[in-house]
Write a protein of this length. Structure first.
Length: 256
């Protein structure tokens, strides 16, 4: 599912929250900061190194917008090339990071080792399929395509009217410190980084972040998120013992 964090200009990162998000989403990490007329980007598979590097760069450039992303792989291998953020159309003046699973339009075909977000950035969005994102219509069309997913776009390209675009911002969460999170999985405690810990032992929902040690099977009792197929009710792709694809309501879905 991933977690995407946005820091408005002047907002300092909560490093413990970044650690929590990295634990729940351990398959690669990356950041971007707007510094004057350029975007500084960093990526890596080691959360220790990437979070420490981000903290140092943010300390040097505290006044620009910044984002941090930790990945939970759904498409494409776990490697550096699939770590967010991604340049749009190869133009490093504009980058995106995303939380969720994008529509099948951008899912990789046979032999394509790219993630869905990387395909969207490299092949799909450069053709402006929703029209200009400078317009309200283009912005709304992209949000409808995303569904419940969230996306952040940073740009220093003068063709854009704004340097920061947040898509489906209202579906995320603002902390008391003014930091925006795409979901609550950052609440995973840092002490869980033990040598005998594995993601299968996670008692916090990877989507909403609620503490849920008694969940029935793979489904969060608070939001219905399925840890198996990484989708939320009613879009879970798993089937119950009777072979049904969908349940009548969320309560039935969680208690079956």
């Amino acid at each position: 599912m991933c977690i995407l964090t946005y820091f408005a200009p002047g907002i300092a990162p909560d490093l413990d929250a970044l650690w929590g998000g990295a634990l729940a989403n351990p398959h690669g990490h990356g950041y971007a900061l707007i510094t004057g007329n350029r975007i500084v980007v960093g990526r890596g598979l080691d959360p220790d190194l990437v979070i420490s590097e981000f903290a140092a760069v943010r300390g040097e450039y505290p006044e620009g917008a910044a984002l941090f992303h930790s990945r939970l792989a759904t498409h494409g291998p776990i490697d550096l090339a699939n770590c967010h953020p991604f340049a749009v159309g190869g133009d490093e003046r504009t980058v995106i990071a995303h939380n969720g699973i994008l529509p099948a339009t951008v899912h990789p075909g046979p032999g394509d080792l790219r993630s869905d977000t990387r395909i969207a950035a490299e092949d799909f969005l450069p053709h402006q399929p929703f029209g200009s994102l400078n317009s309200r219509i283009g912005h709304d069309r992209l949000e409808r395509w995303l569904g419940t997913d969230k996306m952040v776009l940073f740009t220093v390209d003068p063709a854009y009217q704004q340097r920061v675009l947040l898509f489906n911002q209202d579906l995320g969460h603002h902390s008391d410190g003014g930091i925006w999170y795409s979901n609550l999985s950052y609440r995973t405690p840092r002490w869980a980084y033990g040598s005998d810990y594995s993601i299968e032992d996670e008692v916090y929902c990877l989507d909403c972040g609620e503490y849920d040690p008694e969940r029935p099977g793979s489904h969060c009792t608070y939001c219905g998120f399925c840890a198996e197929c990484l989708r939320t009710f009613p879009h879970c792709e798993c089937r119950d013992l009777h072979g049904r694809d969908r349940y009548a309501d969320l309560n039935e879905y969680l208690t079956a």
